[in-house]
Design a protein. Structure first.
Length: 78
């Protein structure tokens, strides 16, 4: 596959994919906990903050982790 990810690198990437996904989600969950625990804000304001945060992070997560196939990675490393 010309210009693609070399096979040895792809094997490592596949092995680390679930680790990276878990690590990303753990960081997002920690940040959500921080947002939800902010005092001085109404429950509705905290909800809105978390909603926007999740919306942004969901796009990030999709860009980095969805469509996990060698043919869609185009030689870029996540």
């Amino acid at each position: 596959m010309s210009g693609g990810i070399p096979e040895p690198d792809w094997k490592i990437f596949r092995q680390l994919h679930s680790f990276w996904l878990d690590r990303y989600c753990t960081k997002v969950n920690e940040e959500m906990k921080r947002l939800l625990s902010q005092s001085g804000l109404t429950p509705h304001k905290r909800y809105l903050m978390v909603y926007r945060f999740i919306h942004d992070k969901d796009r990030e997560l999709g860009s980095a982790f969805n469509d996990f196939r060698r043919s869609t990675r185009h030689g870029r490393y996540v």
